[in-house]
Design a protein around this ligand. Structure first.
Ligand code: IYR
Length: 221
């Protein structure tokens, strides 16, 4: 039998009526979130980013290995380097690497190779997946479900930032190898997403696209 140690669960019992009330507030706010590509340069204090990363770091992960590193960047010269490297990849992507079908799928979003928001927005958060860890003896430690775990943590991060009144863009220039070099991350880490964070620009507009209704995304058995 397992001889693992335990602590009492900190659990708050909630009656259905209260659950509905809380969900009405939370789900309604979350459904108002939109991906933003037009950012204000207004600064966001670092402690807000720190709290959001702590929320993300509370996500469940395979074997609780927490296989993630969040690199938060506000330095203007580093943001410029990231923009230059990302736009180089995006130019190749939009000039043909993507292929016709992918570009057609992206058409409703109105995106192109230019990424000024990488310099305008006050924060970029590069999220790295640790493909393997390092034991105390320097030996490789296998990580389980690392990509799924990072995906869940990024979801927590986006929700936390939205709750804090900040807009986000999940940006994925491909490939993102340049982020290891710019952020000084080791070879066992792979950039999964570059999150752009800040306030939306005044008069910001977003694509007229909608989320699917419940009966298209859920089945109850
Ligand atoms: N990385 C490119 C293309 C892009 C791809 C997908 I899938 C999107 O949902 C949005 C954009 C870009 O950022 O423009």
């Amino acid at each position: 039998m397992s001889d693992h140690q335990t602590i009492p669960l900190a659990f708050e019992a909630i009656a259905p009526e209260e659950s509905r009330k809380r969900l009405a507030a939370f789900a309604t706010r979350l459904r108002k979130r939109r991906t933003v590509r037009d950012f204000s340069a207004e600064p966001v204090p670092q402690d807000i980013i720190e709290q959001a990363i702590l929320a993300a770091g509370s996500a469940p992960s395979g074997a609780n290995q927490q296989p993630w590193t969040f690199v938060a960047i506000s330095d203007a010269s580093v943001k410029s380097r990231i923009r230059a490297a990302a736009e180089e990849e995006e130019k190749a992507f939009y000039a043909g690497r993507a292929g016709e079908e992918w570009l057609e799928a992206l058409a409703p979003l109105g995106t192109d190779w230019e990424k000024p928001f990488l310099e305008t927005a006050p924060w970029l958060i590069a999220i790295f997946m640790q493909r393997w860890g390092q034991g105390p003896d320097g030996k490789r430690v296998k990580h389980y479900y690392a990509l799924e775990s990072v995906g869940i943590a990024v979801g927590f991060l986006i929700a936390a930032l939205h709750e804090a009144g900040l807009a986000t863009l999940t940006h994925t220039p491909s490939p993102m190898g340049f982020l290891n070099e710019i952020c000084g991350r080791p070879d066992n880490e792979k950039a999964i997403v570059l999150l752009v964070v800040g306030k939306p620009a005044e008069g910001c507009r977003v694509p007229a696209i909608a989320k699917k209704p419940l009966d298209e995304i859920a089945r109850f058995i």
